[in-house]
Design a protein around this ligand. Sequence first.
Ligand SMILES: Cc1cc2nc3c(=O)[nH]c(=O)nc-3n(C[C@H](O)[C@H](O)[C@H](O)COP(=O)(O)O)c2cc1C
Length: 434
Amino acid sequence: MKTFVAKRVVLIMGGGIAAYKCLDLIRRLREREVQVRVVMTAAAHHFVTPLSVGALTNERVFTNLFDLDDEREIGHVRLARDCDLIVVAPATADLLARMAGGHANDLATSVLLATDKPILVVPAMNPHMWMNKATQRNVAQLKADGVHILGPAIGEMAERGEAGVGRLVEVPEILMAVERLIGGDQTANAAAPRPPHDVSMASQRQDVLTGRHVLITAGPTHEPIDPVRYIANRSSGKQGYAIAVAAARLGARVTLVSGPVSLPDPAGVDVVRVVTAAEMLEAAQAALPADIAVFAAAVADWRVAKPKSEKIKKGRGEAGVPKLALTENPDILKTIAHLKSRRPALVIGFAAETQTLVAHARRKLKRKGADWIVANDVSPGTGIMGGDRNTVHLLSAAGIESWPDMSKDKVAERLMARAAADLSHYLTARTAAE
Ligand SMILES: Cc1cc2nc3c(=O)[nH]c(=O)nc-3n(C[C@H](O)[C@H](O)[C@H](O)COP(=O)(O)O)c2cc1C
């Protein structure tokens, strides 16, 4: 387990049902030797007690802006500054609105307004509250102000029968975001020597992609048949999201163009959500220029030529089965790799195949004009589509490298470390070609 020795987090707990999950978050942070000071809103007291929070943090719990003892002891401005990170979880719709509006009408918002430290907001609310234009406006404002927003996740709500986007992101995901923002210290093995030329060494350096822009596509695309039906595939988006996290860790500015997936936005990454292949191409082009582009999305090859604007009615028998005329989708990898101007210096494509993997990938490398192809076997027995592990082969003009089976996070780290190490070569080649 990574520890964050001597790191200090202020956790601001809002009044939402998910507040109970933040008790576990406190425990996990304490296990990692993080000092946790908690500010609870008045509404949060209805969901968890300051007594349980204080017992877990081993610190006094701060609740009232006008508490004379608290103000004398530490004061809201010091509370806001004497930390490495402020985490707002659960962030209620109301807290988001107060933050976006610059309010300071209670201790939580006063601390948030007085801080000069990074802020990680983890919203949780009913899906209708989340999708409400006012909430979306507030979230957009907070993002523009440099606040990191994590989630919310998709799933069932505490209220019976309610499901959608609004769940608090799971605690391990929040811990990962905290780690990205305050940095970890692998005390157990920090001093262990590493083998020479290990590309994972680059992943230990946090700055190798600072000043670089990395564009990543991830997830499936959904191609509409009519307003309620669509053509899709089994891509989970996990590999592309892991690559986005790995690139951000190396200091890059990251744009992640994501098809419909149930993964939360990684902290510190600009996420553009799209649905169809055409939208994905448009968003990818709009994100240029980029230094590195990784096309990990499983883009639908075909779409319905003329999707219906009304739901297709079920007809009777065979004669009533609609015939779908398909047409080709734009080839995003090929389009961007063949751009005359604004082609990213290093273009990486993914090839998911179920047979003759390497031969297909070789052809793809040539046909698409990519610099590298990451090929993986997604046959049903492999569990790669939707799973957490991947076995890949990296193809380039220099040859083929087969990597052992590893987690998608490790594949991402290794790929980005390699891209960072080789980028100068591709930048020189691009300059020479211009
Ligand atoms: C049972 C119950 C559950 C609630 N859950 C949420 C929630 O999950 N998310 C949310 O944004 N608001 C929720 N609310 C509404 C907030 O508690 C309310 O907006 C409150 O003013 C938020 O205050 P705060 O932002 O200062 O914590 C809930 C209210 C009740 C009564």
